[in-house]
Design a protein around this ligand. Structure first.
Ligand code: IK2
Length: 407
């Protein structure tokens, strides 16, 4: 009984649409259950993966007796910040060379987006941010709570299961001049559909001509193509033109550091003087929010990024994760073809990154969960990284059954 509690009038809040899938999965006693909800990498054996290079970096850190547990500065670990900027903007980035980039360590991708949004709400003249339709479910909440006003631009075309490029250009073309635009740097979540480099170039020209401010969300660098440099190309195109932009980076997926909460926010400015002022204001955003960021995850990342041998090892392990996901796409596509499942499933092999946006509707998803114990978000997104050769047939059976019985 909660009567007498000062919180008695509270209503039970719903579970998060993505993380709530894992909560439901954990409660299911079925031995055949499969969690394809949250975007978290699993091995062929269905186990979470800690990269070998991460284990080695941690060992080095533990063995180093000179290391202490003092507070980091408000902006985080200096080495980590420099190396993170290099990772996304490129080692030879003119913006870095000219000290025009302010980088602060934040709590993974989400924290970087939130700090960036709070900064913009305080200091940018336009409070409107355009986000793609659809997008990662947390985006509108992060931006709204930071004080920005969220609008959407067309992105995905359900008919082609590809990019609605015309719609995107029209919506950004009609956007309020100076507005902020959230762009997924690569491996768009949830659709797995990215613009081509030629399309990125058109987006860049349009945005610069209207003075729209790009805010890149880079949660999957290396996961789209398997190459860290190739996946950063869209961001680097925007930096190369000398204009300003923001970028939020996460090491959750590409280094498998999910629970370490390690990421960075960079703001590329026109001059070093402005970048220095921006950094000083970012500190005022961060200090009352969480004071300063945690030390362990950032130390792992810095250890790996500054040692060329460890960096190379990381790229090999990252490519192996990306390749396993690509092979899951092929296996699922082949399994559906073998079953003669009605419909065109070629988008499974065309889409990139961690997710396939299957096109299954909410009813079909609910059926698959009830009858096959397969857990996924109700928008029909499946995390390909949660799949293995052993579980592909079970998923293909479930999709086949859902489509033929509830099509
Ligand atoms: N931005 C995007 C586009 C993301 O996909 C994520 C991670 N989402 O993962 C959960 C899921 O969709 O299944 C983030 C930002 C933030 O990730 P983090 O804060 O873990 O770095």
């Amino acid at each position: 009984m909660d009567s007498g509690s000062v919180f008695a009038s509270l209503v039970q809040a719903p579970e998060d649409p993505i993380l709530g899938v894992t909560v439901a999965y954990n409660k299911d006693p079925s031995p055949n259950k499969l969690n394809l909800g949250v975007g978290a990498y699993r091995t062929e054996e269905g186990k979470p993966l800690v990269l070998d290079v991460v284990r080695r970096a941690e060992q080095l850190l533990v063995n180093d007796q000179s290391r202490v547990k003092e507070y980091l500065p408000i902006v985080g670990l200096a080495d980590f910040n420099k190396l993170s900027a290099k990772l996304i903007f490129g080692a030879d980035s003119p913006a870095i060379q000219a000290n025009r980039v302010a980088t602060v360590q934040c709590l993974s991708g989400t924290g970087s987006l939130r700090v960036g949004a709070e900064f913009l709400a305080r200091h940018y003249h336009q409070l409107t941010i355009y986000i793609p339709q659809p997008t990662w479910g947390n985006h509108p909440k992060v931006f709204t709570l930071a004080g920005l006003s969220v609008k959407t631009y067309r992105y995905y075309d359900p008919a082609t299961r590809g990019l609605n490029f015309q719609g995107l250009l029209e919506d950004l073309g009609a956007a309020t001049s100076g507005a902020i635009v959230l762009l997924h740097a690569c491996a768009h979540n949830p659709t797995g559909v990215d613009p081509t480099l030629e399309q990125w170039e058109q987006i860049r020209q349009l945005m610069r001509s209207k003075g729209l401010l790009p805010f890149f969300d880079s949660a999957y660098q290396g996961f789209a193509s398997g190459s860290l440099d190739a996946d950063a190309q869209p961001v680097r195109m925007f930096v190369a033109d000398g204009g300003e932009c923001l970028a939020a980076q996460s090491y959750a997926k590409n280094m498998g550091l999910y629970g370490e909460r390690v990421g960075a926010l960079s703001i590329v400015c026109k001059t070093a003087d402005v970048a220095s002022k921006v950094e000083s204001q970012l500190k005022l955003v961060i200090r009352p929010m969480y004071s300063n960021p945690p030390i362990h995850g950032a130390s792992i990342v810095a250890t790996i990024l500054k040692d060329s041998k460890m960096y190379d090892e990381w790229t090999v392990e990252l490519k192996a994760m990306a390749d396993r996901i690509i092979s899951m796409r092929k296996q699922l596509f082949d399994a559906l073809s073998a079953r003669g499942t009605p419909g065109d499933w070629s988008h499974i092999i065309k889409q990139i990154g961690m997710f396939t946006f299957t096109g299954l509707n909410g009813e079909q998803v609910a059926f698959m969960t009830k009858e096959y114990h397969i857990y996924m978000t109700s928008d029909g997104r499946i995390s390909m990284a949660g799949l293995s050769s052993k579980t592909v047939p079970h998923l293909a059976d479930a999709i086949h059954s859902a489509v033929t019985r509830m099509g």
